[in-house]
Design a binder for this molecule. Structure first.
Ligand code: CTP
Length: 458
C-alpha cells in the first residue's frame, strides 16, 4: 500500500504519475488494451537490411573531390555482379563527367528529375522500386542535410524518399564540416531512421588538413554492402530486445510510468541488426520510429511485455532486457475516472512480473542480458542483480537528473561472472555498437566455449 504523500516518495523516484495526455505513439485508442494482455500492434517489416547481397544498386554520387573514388566503386560493385545505376547530383557533375560512370556501369547515368527521355524509360518512382540498395558515395554535408530534412529537391533526394530499399551513406568532407554540430545532428537523424553510415575514415584530406572526413575506400564500401553482415558477429542469431517504459493504468485517463525514452534499446536493436542479427524489438510506448529491417511489437503494460517477450524468445539466441519495466502495478484498475473526493489518496500497488528473471529462469534460456539503472553504488547493485536474476551479462549505468534518461549519450559498465568492461560516455548509437560487440563476444565464449580456442574469421 502506498500513501501518496508518504511512502510514495520512494516510488516517485521511479515512477511519475502522469495525467493522460494524448500521445501519438502507435496505439489505436487511449490506453488501448490496458486490460488486454498481449501485444497491441505488430509492425512486421520483411526487409531485413543488409542480410542479403543487393544485386540492383543505385549509386548516388554527390559533389566532392572524392567523387573520383566512386568510379572505382562502380567497378568493385560490378565485380560482385551487381547492376549499378548511377545517379549524380549537379555538384557531382562538376567533379566527374557522367560519361565516366556510364562507361563503367554500362547504363546511362541519371542526373535530373526533369529529363523527359530518361523518365520515359524508367521513371524515378520505378527506379526507387528497382533499387535493392541505395548507396550514396561520396555523401557531402549538403546531401546529409537534405536527406535529414526530408527534401525532394533533386532526383537523388526524391529517390531516397520514394524507395523502400536500405540506404547507406559514405560521408566525405572537410573534417571541420564533419565535426560541425549541424552535420552530426543530421547524421544522428539519418541513423535513427535506419540509414547506415559507412565511415568516414580519418587521415590526409584534399584540403591539406588532417582528420575524419575521408571517404572509405571503394573496396571497404563494397565489402560493407556485400559481406559486412553476412559475416557479422551475430549473423544467423535471433535477438529479442525490449525497450522503453511500460505504462500501468490506474483508470481510463491515468497511468504510472517512468522516464525511459527507449533510445538506448532502439539503438541496441539497430546495432544488433548491423551485426547481422534477426531482431525482434518489443517496445513500450515511445515516440521513436522503427529502425529499418527490425520486427517491432508494441506493448503498453508490464503484463503485455511479459507475454510478448515470452512468445518472441522461443528459438531466440539472445534476450536483451533494455526496457524500464514497472516494478509495481496498480492492484486494481478503476474502469471509470477516479474523482478527487479526499485530501489524500492511497494507491494499492502490487509487484509486476519480472520479465528478465523469468526469461533467465527458463529451462533452456537464451543468453540473457539485463540493464541496471542505479543512482548509487552502481557496480555493487548491478553485480547483485546479475547473480540474483541469474543473468549472463548486465549493463549498468548511473541514472539521475540529467543522466541517462531521455538523453542522446550514455556510458555503461558491463559485468559478467568474473569480468567487467567500461564503455565510455558517447552517443547512444556508438555505445550500442560497442555494447553489441561485447554481447556477441560473451555469447560466443559462453555458449560456444570451444570457439575461444579457434581464431575468428572476422
Ligand atoms: N526488469 C524486468 N521486469 C521487471 C523489472 C525489471 O524485466 N518487472 C528488467 C529490466 O528490463 C532490466 C532489469 O530488469 O533489464 C533491471 O531492472 P531494475 O528495475 O533496475 O531491477 P530490480 O531487480 O527490479 O531492482 P531495483 O528496482 O530494486 O533496483
Amino acid at each position: 500500500m502506498i500513501n501518496a504523500e508518504g511512502t510514495a516518495g520512494a516510488l516517485i523516484r521511479y515512477f511519475s504519475l502522469i495525467a493522460a495526455v494524448q500521445h501519438n505513439y502507435q496505439c489505436s485508442a487511449p490506453y488501448c488494451a490496458v486490460l488486454e494482455v498481449g501485444p497491441t500492434q505488430v509492425d512486421n517489416d520483411p526487409m531485413l537490411s543488409f542480410s542479403s547481397s543487393p544485386s540492383r544498386i543505385v549509386l548516388g554520387v554527390t559533389g566532392g573531390i572524392a567523387a573520383y573514388k566512386a568510379a572505382e566503386l562502380v567497378r568493385r560493385l560490378r565485380e560482385r555482379h551487381a547492376e549499378v545505376q548511377v545517379v549524380m547530383t549537379e555538384g557531382a557533375c562538376q567533379f566527374v563527367t557522367p560519361l565516366t560512370f556510364q562507361a563503367l556501369s554500362g547504363r546511362p547515368v541519371r542526373t535530373s528529375l526533369w529529363d523527359a527521355a530518361a523518365e520515359a524509360a524508367m521513371g524515378h518512382i520505378e527506379l526507387a522500386r528497382w533499387a535493392e540498395h541505395v548507396l550514396i558515395a561520396p555523401a557531402s554535408a549538403d546531401i546529409l542535410a537534405r536527406l535529414a530534412g526530408g527534401r525532394a529537391d533533386d532526383l537523388l533526394t526524391t529517390l531516397c524518399l520514394a524507395t523502400e530499399a536500405p540506404v547507406s551513406v559514405a560521408p566525405a568532407m572537410n573534417h571541420q564540416m564533419w565535426a560541425h554540430a549541424a552535420t552530426q545532428t543530421n547524421v544522428d537523424t539519418l541513423r535513427a531512421r535506419g540509414v547506415r553510415v559507412l565511415g568516414p575514415a580519418s587521415g590526409d584530406q584534399a584540403c591539406g588538413e588532417q582528420g575524419p572526413g575521408r571517404m572509405w575506400e571503394a573496396d571497404d564500401l563494397a565489402a560493407a554492402l556485400f559481406s559486412g553482415v553476412e559475416n557479422g558477429p551475430l549473423t544467423g542469431k535471433k535477438l529479442v530486445i525490449s525497450a522503453g517504459p511500460t505504462r500501468e493504468p490506474l483508470d481510463p485517463v491515468r497511468f504510472i510510468s517512468n522516464r525511459s525514452s527507449g533510445k538506448m534499446g532502439f539503438a541496441v536493436a539497430a546495432a544488433a541488426r548491423d551485426a547481422g542479427a534477426e531482431v525482434t524489438l518489443i517496445a513500450g510506448p515511445v515516440m521513436l520510429s522503427t529502425p529499418r529491417g527490425i520486427r517491432r511489437i508494441n506493448v503498453e503494460t508490464a503484463e503485455q511485455m511479459y507475454r510478448a517477450v515470452h512468445e518472441a524468445v522461443v528459438g531466440a539466441h539472445v534476450y536483451i532486457g533494455a526496457a524500464a519495466v514497472a516494478d509495481y502495478q496498480p492492484a486494481a484498475y478503476a474502469p471509470q475516472k477516479m474523482k478527487k473526493t479526499s485530501e489524500h489518496l492511497e494507491l494499492h500497488l502490487q509487484r509486476a512480473p519480472d520479465i528478465l528473471a523469468s526469461i533467465a529462469a527458463l529451462e533452456r534460456p537464451p543468453f540473457t542480458v539485463g540493464f541496471a539503472a542505479e543512482t548509487n553504488d552502481v557496480e555493487r547493485y548491478a553485480r547483485d542483480k546479475l547473480t540474483r536474476k541469474r543473468l549472463d551479462l548486465i549493463a549498468a549505468n548511473e541514472v539521475g537528473v540529467d543522466r541517462a534518461f531521455d538523453r542522446d549519450d550514455n556510458a555503461l559498465l558491463l559485468l559478467w561472472s568474473g569480468g567487467r568492461r567500461e564503455l565510455a560516455l558517447q552517443s547512444k548509437d556508438q555505445l550500442a555498437r560497442e555494447f553489441i560487440a561485447v554481447v556477441a563476444e560473451r555469447y560466443r565464449l559462453t555458449r560456444h566455449p570451444l570457439a575461444a580456442l579457434v581464431p575468428q574469421a572476422s
